[in-house]
Design a protein around this ligand. Structure first.
Ligand code: DQA
Length: 145
């Protein structure tokens, strides 16, 4: 079972970026933790991070060929990207949306996710653990298809 994990803009800066909101773990730390959990569940993960909308759209468009599900933190594109939303709507594998912070407790412009209506589900507000919950949700969804 292969799962693709996509991280959007500025998430490469985790660990030094707004630590009070996003915590002190780096993206590499989080990816390692996810890989450990995936192994226990016999899942294999690939990771992709980009600050560029089109690259994320390209990656999503190809995901169906190689992966059973996608876990994505679209970061700021959550609130702006019709292109990423449409890319997710165009593929026939489950996509789980994750956020480190609880986007509904923050500024009003973060309350709206363009991704949520086309995602299988959303995990928001559990810090780095949102990624683990998103991964478990992806595995559960694949296994209970
Ligand atoms: C985020 C929330 C977004 O609003 C923000 O733009 C991010 C990170 C999160 O993980 O909490 O970059 O997706």
């Amino acid at each position: 079972m292969k799962i693709l994990v996509i991280n959007g803009p500025n998430l490469n800066l985790l660990g030094k970026r707004e630590k009070d909101i996003y915590g002190s773990k780096t993206l590499e730390n989080i990816n390692k933790q996810m890989t450990r959990v995936a192994k226990e569940k016999n899942a294999e993960l690939d990771f992709f991070q980009s600050n560029h909308e089109g690259e994320i759209v390209d990656k999503l468009g190809q995901a169906e060929k190689s992966y059973a599900a996608v876990v994505i933190n679209p970061a700021a594109y959550t609130h702006t990207s019709v292109a990423i939303r449409d890319a997710i709507a165009s593929i026939n594998i489950p996509v789980i949306e994750v956020h480190i912070s609880n986007i509904y407790q923050r500024e009003e412009f973060r309350h709206k996710s363009l991704i949520a209506p086309v995602a299988k589900g959303q995990v928001s507000g559990f810090g780095e653990y949102s990624y683990i919950l998103g991964l478990l949700a992806a595995i559960y969804t694949i296994e209970n298809k």
